[in-house]
Design a protein around this ligand. Structure first.
Ligand code: BES
Ligand code: ZN
Length: 629
């Protein structure tokens, strides 16, 4: 299938400065015509979320020298960019946001710099004049309070409650708030770092890591494989390391190390299963760091060192699909990277598909099928919540924050799309296609159209497989050929729930062998007309309000809010004040809002907000219409 591209030059006026060199830079949208006459206007291959001229001047390596100053809550030092002026540009432009830029050296000599206009979404472009033979640009700077990537965790909110802690979150466009950099997934760099921290703390990065503290508090890091800069990451705290096997291990505070080592005992095996599916793990070690509960995500696939929330430590290893997910990103996302945030589904949809394949290999098909059905439920919920335009896999963010696209459309519709192709082609063919896809695109970026071309050329056309690829990628809703997953475990849960019925017959419910997933299905499937009396009967028998499993607790709290079961209120508050994982916060605050309990939502939020990372507080501010007084 040959595609014809018609380029339309429309200036969106994003850049207020002139960039010499590449013509492409000025092209902001393109119209794509395929031979099936499906016409769509696409955001260009140029990343609209960077102000840098990353195609004109290509950075290949960054070296960070930073002091971590807990007293003033700033990182200070410099970043040295090694670069090539491939287009003969007169300036190099870096992304910065809320950084205090002090001085600049070009090839070792002090040079002038200019800061452009501040843009709320993208930050402030930093422009530096260069000649065509330039080799290095070093920028001296300090972070500020506006560093959205950074969480300076209050010691009280750590497990040990005594030591400070800081961690970064780069994805999607937050790296520019702690490093002046070309902040786009479309560019890959190697990096190194010298980080100085108080001697009683340990620093770790998405690089090769120390396993012990040293007396000087000085640590050197190397990431010698090229990565997009949203994967640069740093965490500093009172950390210990415990190996799981020769290639994998866990970093966390001493108070949690045993619990974490128990929870992740299967990590080494997971890496082997993943390799068995789609080829060798190319990053050396695979470790995980379990962060304080303010970490705004479940996990973040920082290479060599996944960052994870402590809310997956359930005590029974029941939430380890998150490890499979972040590990899978070592192929989808970290080896083969979406070239713009409009192609985010290429990172996440592939990763969810891969995650479930790892889980199937580790724990069997029944287990993976339960995950897939819960995922399908999430997808349906997302379809209800998102506008039609945002239900397509390929996004048109058009000057919106990439976080807007972080929905289950990318994750679950993306995964079901791949599952549909797997069913149409057969698992064997599909697996060898995917393995080659990772191999042939390793350490590269790719956009949706390039992927579709590759899919057609390597799998669909040669095997005469006809499927509705364009409908899945460019249209709203869930196409009618979405795979249907069945689970006898879940059918049994549904039957028990029905038998409990209106008679409130607790004897019908036998959850002795239920996993977390069956509990989630049970809670999610309680009919909306359930009375608070019925919730009380279930709660007094199964103590769900007291659940130490955060997934179960969150599902139960949401159901309780919506059914006016007020006995959860105190535990709900404790949960929201302690946990900053956005995936839990959003449905709970939304349920309070939609149940006309906005006052209570505000009361809790006032206490909880200082404990949240920017990513979470930003989302909840918008949801509740909160502005800091
Ligand atoms: N890469 C994402 C987290 C992310 C996405 C951060 C977009 C910033 C912008 C990570 O791999 C992820 O998907 N985490 C999920 C876990 C999961 C098992 C689906 C999460 O945090 O809930
Ligand atoms: Zn992910």
């Amino acid at each position: 299938m040959k595609q014809i591209y018609i380029l339309l030059v429309i200036s969106l006026g994003v850049s207020t400065f002139s960039c010499s060199g590449s013509v492409e830079r000025n092209v902001e949208t393109e119209e794509l015509v395929t031979d099936s006459s499906h016409v769509v206007t696409e955001a260009l291959v140029i990343d609209e979320h960077t102000l840098s001229n990353y195609k004109d001047v290509v950075v290949s390596h960054c070296h960070l020298s930073l002091d971590v100053d807990f007293e003033n809550e700033v990182l200070k030092g410099s970043v040295l960019h090694t670069l090539k002026n491939v287009s003969g540009a007169e300036v190099v432009i870096f992304d910065t946001k809320n950084l205090n830029i002090k001085s600049v050296l070009v090839d070792g000599t002090t040079a002038p710099f200019e800061l452009g206009n501040y843009d709320e979404l993208l930050g402030t472009p930093l422009q530096i004049a260069i000649n065509k033979d330039v080799n290095t640009v070093e920028i001296f700077y300090e972070t500020t309070e506006g560093a959205e990537a950074l969480d300076w965790v209050n010691p009280k909110l750590t497990a040990g409650k005594e030591n400070p802690y800081v961690f970064t979150q780069g994805q999607s466009i937050f790296t520019r708030t702690w490093v002046p950099i070309m902040d786009t997934p479309g560019l890959r760099i190697t990096y190194s770092a010298d980080i100085t921290v108080p001697p009683n703390l340990l620093a770790v990065m998405s690089a090769d890591n120390p396993t012990e503290k040293n007396d000087q508090g000085k640590y050197h890091f190397e990431m010698s494989q090229p990565v997009p800069c949203y994967l640069m990451a740093l965490a500093v705290g009172n950390l210990e390391f415990v190996p799981v096997d020769e290639r994998t291990g866990v970093y966390t505070e001493p108070e949690m190390i045993d619990a974490c080592a128990f929870e992740f005992a299967d990590m080494g095996e997971m890496v082997k299963k993943a390799e068995g599916l789609y080829g060798p793990y190319l990053w050396g070690r695979y470790d995980i760091i379990v962060l304080p509960p303010s970490f705004p995500f479940g996990g973040m696939e920082n290479p060599r060192l996944t960052f994870a929330t402590p809310t997956i430590i359930a005590g029974d290893r029941s939430l380890v699909s998150l490890v499979a997910h972040e590990l899978a990103h070592s192929w989808s996302g970290n080896l083969v990277t979406n070239s713009t945030w409009n192609d985010f589904w290429l990172n996440e949809g592939f990763t969810v598909y891969f995650e479930r394949r790892i889980m199937e290999d580790m724990y069997g098909k029944d287990y993976a099928d339960m995950l897939a059905i819960l995922g399908y439920q999430d997808l349906i919920r997302s379809i209800d919540e998102e506008s039609e335009a945002d239900q397509a896999l390929k996004l048109k963010l058009n000057r919106r924050h990439p976080d807007v696209g972080m929905t289950d459309i990318a994750y679950e519709k993306g995964c079901f799309f791949l599952k549909m192709i797997e069913e149409a082609s057969g698992r064997e063919l599909f697996d060898s296609f995917l393995k080659n896809y990772f191999l042939e695109h390793k350490f590269q970026t790719i956009n949706t159209e390039e992927f579709v071309n590759y899919l057609n050329a390597k799998l669909l056309v040669p095997n005469k497989i006809a499927v509705n690829v364009e409908e899945w990628i460019y249209e709203s809703g869930v196409p009618s050929n979405c795979p249907v997953i069945e689970s006898k475990n879940f059918t049994s849960v549904e039957e028990q729930l029905a038998a409990f019925g209106i008679e409130n017959n607790l004897d019908e419910i036998n959850p002795l062998d239920w996993s977390t997933h069956e509990w989630l299905h049970f809670i999610r499937n309680m009919p909306p007309e359930f009375s608070n009396k019925q919730l009380e009967i279930i709660d007094s028998r199964f103590q769900l309000t007291q659940s130490g499993n955060c997934e179960i607790a969150c599902a139960w709290f949401e159901k309780s809010i919506r059914c006016n079961y007020e006995a959860v209120d105190q535990n709900l508050e404790k949960f929201l004040v302690r946990v900053g994982r956005r995936k839990f916060l959003t449905p709970l605050y939304r349920a309070l809002k939609e149940s006309n309990r906005l006052d209570r939502a505000f009361e809790i939020y006032e206490k909880a907000r200082p404990n949240y990372h920017h990513v979470s507080s930003h989302t909840i501010d918008e949801l509740l219409g909160y502005s800091k007084s």
